[in-house]
Design a protein around this ligand. Sequence first.
Ligand code: THU
Length: 139
Amino acid sequence: MSTGTPSSPLSEADWERLRTAATEAMAHAYAPYSQYPVGAAALTEDGRLVSGCNVENAAYGVVLCAECTLIGELHMTGGGRLRAFYCVDGQGSILMPCGRCRQLLHEHRGPDLELMTTSGIRTMDQVLPDAFGPEDLLR
Ligand code: THU
């Protein structure tokens, strides 16, 4: 849960830990249809590491992106908000989250969420500007 106090800065070691965890998660992908494994990892505001891999289905549209299973683990391990996020493809290279998953990450972001992207470290607002969110439902 966000406390409103500034988060401590992320270190090179934090990003390296995330890259390693995302790459390990990618090795668990179930992607027999696309042959495109994806892994994702995130740090929560309270310092937990959560990760996920894509899980495909014979009914192609039923695919779960790596971010979906990561968010499942987030909730299964205590919930809270995301502080840092990293996603990789089958080569271990940085992968941009798809549009749907940007929305998913937005829902679970902490105020200081940083994402590793192909153009460097970015904020949620940079990756999904003018986002629709829970507060829109209250208007
Ligand atoms: N994929 C993800 O897991 N996350 C993304 O953000 C982009 C796409 C997966 C879905 C599908 O299993 C495969 O990549 C090819 O689209």
